[in-house]
Design a protein around this ligand. Structure first.
Ligand code: ADP
Ligand code: MG
Length: 340
């Protein structure tokens, strides 16, 4: 096709629009896991159970005990830009749920075989909606929702080719749940793979959840973080310098409960270790920033893994001080003990 050849402009078919959008949101099984667990938590689940096959490529099923979806709304749940979470621009500016774009289920359904089974507390039974055929029929289940995603990327072989081994994809799926687990100790998580229980975190106090996810050793070798600075609060747990690792794979940062991979936060945390950690050693931490929702924009990236702070210097300073302060406490105690 010559670049000069003029062709008529036309609307893309809906299915293709969803498949294009899916390219942004659904990179691999772990992306599906993240979106479905987000939805379960937004629905108020207290227990989330995942069942995977072939690293999530053959099957990802996420079952929750949340509020459920009413029978007549099941088709809407799959429609692009349909959401129960925001209704206006002002809602968007103070959004407290993980989701709000109304895109995930539509995107996932366009690149897999997806079925929803759900029951609300007031319904006498559950209902199943098959995304491909549109078939809607009664199905037994307790209150809550199960989303079943089969044969991911079956229709987009180019995507499928980029997938790694089942073991690698499974590891990414587990990591996605781990990120949620560290944010929500009050929720129980279980992950099954090929019929085998591979990971389980029972609902617990925050301290116990850190121990369960990051290890007892981490708890012994870390300090509590709790810092308030104007509109900002930073809490969590920071590993002592001796507990550092060679890789930055145990660094968890959250903004208003949402896991983020943010340069400002990571740089701030690392800089708090500047004087005590040498070379390429990487600290271990789980840090939770609470900030007024209007001071952070979460609608920067379709996967919401990046955020934009209105005043990133303020956030940087708060995180740095929070961690520095926490790390200084055991040293000060040591000096005091030696002085006795
Ligand atoms: P979003 O989360 O941005 O609203 P999704 O495509 O992920 O978009 O979900 C669409 C809608 O389907 C949600 O707004 C919600 O009302 C409903 N939904 C999805 N998953 C669940 C679930 N596990 N429990 C209850 N409702 C759900
Ligand atoms: Mg969602």
């Amino acid at each position: 096709l010559s670049p000069l050849a003029r062709r008529p402009i036309r609307d893309l078919p809906d299915e293709l629009v969803s498949q294009i959008a899916a390219g942004e949101v659904v990179e691999r099984p772990a992306s599906v896991v993240r979106e479905l667990v987000d939805n379960a938590l937004d629905a108020g689940a207290t227990q989330v159970t995942l069942r995977l096959a072939a690293g999530g490529v053959r099957l990802i099923s996420v079952e929750d005990d949340g509020c459920g979806i009413a029978r007549e709304e099941l088709p809407l749940a799959l429609r692009r830009h349909a959401t129960s979470k925001i209704a206006s621009l002002s809602d968007l500016e103070s959004v407290a749920t993980m989701g709000f774009r109304g895109e995930a289920l539509a995107a996932i359904a366009s690149v897999s075989e997806l079925a929803l089974v759900s029951r609300t507390p007031t319904q006498p039974s559950g209902f199943l909606l098959d995304a491909r055929s549109g078939e809607l029929r009664p199905a037994a289940r307790a209150t809550g929702t199960t989303v079943e995603v089969k044969e991911l990327f079956f229709a987009t072989p180019a995507r499928r080719k980029f997938l790694k081994s089942d073991a690698t994809e499974l590891a990414h799926c587990i990591e996605a749940v781990r990120r949620h687990a560290l944010a929500r100790p009050d929720v129980g998580f279980a992950i099954w793979h090929e019929g085998r229980l591979v990971e389980q975190w029972r609902a617990a106090e925050p301290g116990q959840r850190w121990a369960d996810v990051l290890g007892e050793e981490f708890m012994a070798q870390s300090v509590a973080v709790d810092w308030r600075s104007g509109p900002l609060r930073v809490t969590g747990r920071a590993g002592l310098p001796d507990f550092a690792r060679s890789r930055a794979d145990h660094q968890f940062a959250y903004v208003n409960g949402r896991y983020v991979r943010d340069k400002v936060l990571m740089h701030a945390a690392r800089s708090a270790y500047e004087d005590v950690l040498h070379g390429q050693r990487q600290p271990v931490y789980a840090l939770y920033v609470e900030i007024a929702p209007e001071r952070v924009d979460v609608n920067v990236h379709p996967t919401k893994i990046e955020v934009r702070f209105r005043d990133s210097r303020e956030v940087h300073q708060a995180v740095r001080h929070a961690v520095e302060n926490a790390l200084a406490a055991p040293r000060a105690a040591l000096v005091a003990a030696q002085a006795l």
